[in-house]
Write a protein that binds this ligand. Sequence first.
Ligand code: DX5
Length: 222
Amino acid sequence: MAQIAPSILSTDYSQLEKSIKTAEKGGADLINVDIMDGHFVPNLTFGPKLVSDLKKITDLPLDAHLMIDNPREFIPKFSEAGADWISIQIEATVHAHKDITMIKELGKKAGIVLNPATPIHMLNEIIKEVDYVLIMSVNPGWGGQKFIESSLKKISKLKNWITGQNLDVRIQVDGGVNQENLETIMESGADILVIGSAIYNTENPVETLRQMKKILQKNNQK
Ligand code: DX5
């Protein structure tokens, strides 16, 4: 069944523990942590220490999305900090195979990320090495952006490829996911939905997340 990974990017960082507990109470499957270096994306967020501090307060798997240049430099640091899933942007490295191999050798789930303009065929030589592909449905850097509709075709094209090749690769989708488009995105082939503002910027984030989980469960029974 499809999973939900709340993203803490748009939360109040002075209330991080509360945001994590909200995710747990709402039935989150993992926590998405957006790592930004101010170079690969024009925004700056967290480093490995935040991941190790989050590790102290939750048993949920931590999914570190490295939106950074030269990710290889930080893969060991986020692994050591306790990230369970580590994804790198294919646009940020000339050695994607080496970087993905490093993540797997560290015993972590290895993900490769495609920005909206990056075509799926860029995955030709790496798809069999990864545990998941993250399709960015917004241009990375900020939460609260609008879902890029052309992502739907990209997701189903990737799903067909994975199914056709009988690969054990999951599809993660991140950016502009909300209660209105959740089902459509899942029906296109998404297995894991990264959701930030559509959860945390609501009146009752726990209830919102619970509703989203219900939508996924209902769809799963179809
Ligand atoms: C962009 C971030 C966001 C975040 C989710 O770089 O990756 O997509 O995780 O943000 P929302 O759900 O608010 O679009």
